[in-house]
Design a protein around this ligand. Structure first.
Ligand code: FE2
Length: 120
């Protein structure tokens, strides 16, 4: 680590570097699903740009990083689910889950405010 960079800045650069290599991997995965050759090439170029950004940050941090497995897992899961169902059905499920979580969160907030007297 360079002596001129604070620990906070260094950690931010590492985080950005991690995002760049993850984006590089994900853009390549997305390109694999795009049928139009021109669009596929554009997305692959974006993936290569992300790799350049990763390498620029690597020169500063001096660290080799791998893509974030959890984000890749989520992406792969989403693709596998999305390929089996149509968009309307998948959108309806996502909307129902989102509203359910929002409703439960609201209910918990109301209960906490009512019984404990904490204003959230
Ligand atoms: Fe980037």
């Amino acid at each position: 680590m360079s002596e001129k960079i604070s620990e906070k800045t260094y950690n931010k650069l590492l985080s950005d570097q991690q995002d760049e290599i993850t984006a590089h991997y994900l853009y390549h995965k997305i390109a694999d699903f795009v049928k139009d050759k021109e669009n596929k090439e554009i997305i692959r170029q974006v993936a290569e740009d992300e790799l350049k950004h990763y390498n620029q940050l690597k020169e500063i941090t001096g660290k080799e990083l791998k893509p974030e497995r959890f984000k890749i897992f989520l992406f792969n899961y989403y693709i596998s689910v999305a390929k089996d169902y149509n968009f309307k059905k998948r959108f309806g499920e996502m909307a129902a889950i989102s509203l359910g979580v929002a409703g439960i969160s609201f209910l918990i907030g109301v209960l906490i405010k009512q019984f404990i007297g904490v204003d959230i």
